[in-house]
Design a protein around this ligand. Structure first.
Ligand code: NAD
Length: 445
């Protein structure tokens, strides 16, 4: 699933032609080094508003992680982090303006902007809450200004108790793993479980279950989680067993051929997990299908089949797992939604319904999961280069790729890295989040 336009724009001849004609020229994104993932490099310019709450702690853990913290100006690769948590009224917002006005030009290719603020609804002071809410508009606009460099901007909002769990999200956003996550918010709250783990192999010794693991995004998720030390149980339809077996053998995982909509699927899945491990660290509900048709032409079969795979099976499997204590005290649930579930899409009433409902699953279970030491989060991928998107007609496919701030589609690994972060013990303060992995697609933004 190669993107010829991106390749051409970055060839020697293409660069000259694209510049002469004025065509958009997206840059290839930097991604994790498979042999040395989760390493931070380069310089981070750290700024803070007056009265900022988190900057000092952030500075110390960035240094420990291996990046150089600068306070005034950078000479080298630029990543910018600004703690705006002290901005409590409109006048003080000029501190945000001045920091970025002065330094944004030094942002590197594939650089990062991170703004840290307080969750507005957790603040008692209305004026303070309003300006903290303003940070989102700022970040979304800045992301649009720097996207042509392959750089991203994201916002971290600290809820009550979230200061204890800030290191995970900041390190993830500074890493190459967040390459295609752009203009998003991560809300961090009191961790629901222990955060102790190795930063380079955070899932060592943990068993995780991934549905739809034979190919596409599910395969990338399985490979990424295995890279991080996990034992993966990959589930896919029996027709894909050969593919699934080969992929699981390659990553030292186990395969479970199973149609997740079968009546006994939740039970079989739970029994299989219990037979291999007394604890299941995570389930990633990735299996999903499209059955596109204008609503007036959609058959009830196209509706029912899709809703059962994308939503019904996910809910039944969650219920079966939550009826046990398999996930308690540190477990993770992740739902794979879609930006279609946020923006809606012509010919996708069934798909958008199911994916919006996946967002609903995350929102409605977050509190009860937290009470059991489990987090539940979701990703909403945008245009990702897979067999699913390769089947989209040429013009629509090109538009899907180009209509984002980064000017390109994402790779399956981009979704996988966000999920890997959710599953890491260091993300124990991230619960009920839904992050778009779409390079700031203009669809529904
Ligand atoms: P894909 O079609 O390449 O892979 C989906 C996998 O799910 C396949 O291996 C398939 O066999 C499996 N599957 C389907 N029905 C199943 C069932 N009943 N039981 C078990 N396994 C089943 O799709 P993909 O592009 O890799 O998408 C993965 C997920 O990401 C889906 O939920 C999809 O809706 C979502 N998504 C994808 C994109 C994209 O651009 N590719 C965008 C947004 C959301």
């Amino acid at each position: 699933m190669s993107d010829k336009y991106l390749e051409l724009a970055n060839s020697t001849l293409g660069k000259a032609v694209f510049a002469a004609v004025g065509l958009p020229d997206p840059v290839p994104l930097q991604r994790e080094d498979p042999n040395q993932p989760h390493q931070l490099r380069g310089q981070v310019l750290l700024g803070a508003s007056d009265g900022a709450i988190f900057a000092e702690t952030i500075g110390s853990f960035i240094t420990i992680a291996g990046a150089e913290v600068c306070r005034d100006a950078m000479q080298d690769t630029g990543q910018l982090l600004f703690d705006a948590s002290g901005i409590a009224n409109a006048q003080q917002s000029d501190q945000l303006y001045r920091f970025f006005n002065q330094h944004i030009r030094s942002i590197a290719h594939s650089g990062r902007v991170i703004v840290v603020g307080c969750k507005p609804s957790a603040l008692d002071d209305a004026e303070y809450a309003a300006v903290q809410r303003g940070l989102l508009g700022f970040v979304k606009s800045l992301a649009k200004e720097i996207g042509r460099k392959g750089a991203t901007a994201n916002l971290v909002l600290v809820d009550k108790g979230g200061d204890q769990a800030l290191e995970g999200p900041i390190r993830f956003l500074l890493s190459a793993g967040s390459a295609f996550m752009n203009a998003q918010v991560l809300t961090v709250a009191t961790p629901v479980a222990s955060m102790e783990a190795d930063w380079t192999a955070p899932l060592t010794g943990k068993t995780v279950l991934v549905t739809g693991a034979a190919r596409g995004i599910g395969l990338a998720i399985s490979q990424t989680l295995a890279r991080d030390g996990a034992k993966v149980i990959g589930v896919d339809v029996p027709q894909s067993q050969n593919e699934l077996d080969a992929q699981m053998v390659a990553i030292g995982g186990l395969s479970l051929p199973l149609d997740i909509t079968d009546t006994d699927a939740p039970q079989r899945l739970r029994d299989f997990c219990l037979a291999h491990s007394p604890i299941l660290h995570a389930i990633v509900h990735n299996a999903g299908v499209t059955r596109d048709k204008m609503l007036s032409k959609m058959t009830s079969h196209q509706w029912d089949l899709l809703v059962q795979i994308n939503l019904g099976a996910l809910q039944r499997i969650n219920q079966a797992l939550l009826d046990t204590k398999l996930l308690d005290n540190g477990g993770r649930i992740v739902g794979v939604a879609s930006i279609s579930g946020i923006a809606g899409n012509v010919g996708q009433t069934n798909y958008a319904f199911s994916k919006a409902a996946v967002i609903g699953v995350v929102e409605s279970l977050a509190d009860s999961c937290a009470a059991r030491g489990i987090t539940i989060n979701g990703v909403a991928p945008g245009f990702i280069e897979t067999q699913m998107t390769a089947a989209i007609p040429f013009i629509t496919r090109q538009m899907g790729r180009r209509l984002s701030s980064l000017g390109q589609g994402g790779l399956p690994v981009d979704v996988a890295e966000v999920i890997g972060f959710y599953l890491s013990p260091q993300a124990a303060g991230i619960n009920g989040n839904m992050v778009r992995v779409c390079g700031q697609s203009l669809l529904g933004a």
